[in-house]
Ligand binder design. Structure first.
Ligand code: NAP
Length: 281
């Protein structure tokens, strides 16, 4: 039905699903995007019990929901239930964005990696091409960001992980995309990197990966995927070693959200004011 001139536009519903979800910043980010772009959307956070994603997604679709963000621990479940995947989601083995299509199918995308690259290169002005990158961690987040990082053609990318086999396997499964290798933390002894990305979950317990002395040095650029209102453990650790360029993952969070928003709404919001608003909180 064509809306009458002057009528209030129908509101489209979106949400983020995860467990835990109470502290998610996604509702605030998407409300700010909607306000800025004049889009009539609502966005809520939904707590889903483990094993319950498929039912929760089906229920949201029944309520005429238009799209979802998916966060820990459901990104792989979302990958399983999507009818169709973007190439980057296919490669990542994980989905953080779902869009309900008009033909009734469910499209899955992964915007984490492009969000990270956009924050590093666009917001922070860091060149990835030709640089030596160290990625700490070999879990879901590391897997999700590898392909977009390798697309930037770094000189080398080393994945180091506490469980060595996981780093080796991850390097092996992306080896067609660039120069990369997997190893344990001890094998980093004596190596030098331009950019060090912490994709471990160590920070959730206030810890940092146990790296040999000298791996992080004053002219390294350090980036923590984790974010919090206080500097994260990894950012604090890097600064204590004299690092000037140490950043948390808040910019990545906003950039991946902007990619999702564009997928759903066809408009890319300005991210800088939203990052600034979140930093002020
Ligand atoms: P995950 O799949 O559970 O993987 C956890 C990784 O951390 C594994 O490689 C694990 O090593 C490692 N790890 C855990 N505790 C450690 C410790 N004490 N020392 C060293 N390594 C440790 O988690 P994930 O989904 O990849 O998430 C990783 C981080 O990324 C989280 O902090 C998450 O909040 C963040 N993240 C941020 C964004 C953003 O938008 N900014 C997006 C996605 C994720 P093992 O293999 O040895 O267990």
């Amino acid at each position: 039905m064509t809306p009458q001139p002057g009528a209030t536009p129908a509101i489209d519903h979106y949400a983020v699903m995860g467990n835990p979800i109470r502290h998610s910043k996604s509702p605030l980010i998407h409300h700010l995007f909607a306000e800025q772009t004049g889009q009539a959307v609502s966005y809520e956070a939904i707590l889903v019990e483990r094993g319950g994603l498929a039912d929760a997604v089906a229920a949201f679709k029944e309520e005429d929901g238009k799209g979802l963000n998916i966060t820990v621990p459901f990104k792989q479940d979302a990958w399983q239930i999507a009818d169709r995947l973007s190439p980057r989601a296919q490669r990542a083995g994980a989905v953080n964005t779902l869009a309900f299509q008009t033909d009734g199918t469910l499209f899955g995308d992964n915007t984490d990696g492009v969000g990270l690259v956009r924050d590093l290169t666009g917001n922070l002005g860091i060149t990835l091409t030709g640089r030596r990158i160290l990625m700490l961690g070999a879990g879901g987040a590391a897997r999700g960001v590898l392909a977009p990082l390798l697309e930037q053609q770094p000189a080398a990318l080393v994945i180091a992980n506490r469980t060595i086999e996981r780093a080796e396997q991850l390097a092996e499964s992306f080896s067609d995309l660039g120069e990369l290798s997997g190893m344990g933390f001890a094998a980093l002894q004596g190596r030098h990197f331009d950019i060090i990305i912490n994709a471990t979950a160590a920070g959730l317990r206030g810890k940092v990966p146990d790296l040999p002395e000298g791996v992080i040095h004053a002219d390294s650029c350090c980036y923590d995927l984790m974010y919090s209102s206080e500097p994260t453990a990894f950012v604090r650790h890097a600064r204590a070693l004299g690092v000037q360029q140490a950043y948390d993952g808040l910019g990545m969070l906003v950039e991946q959200a902007a990619e999702s928003f564009q997928l759903w709404r066809g408009v890319f919001p300005a991210t800088a004011p939203v990052i600034a608003a979140l930093r002020r909180q």
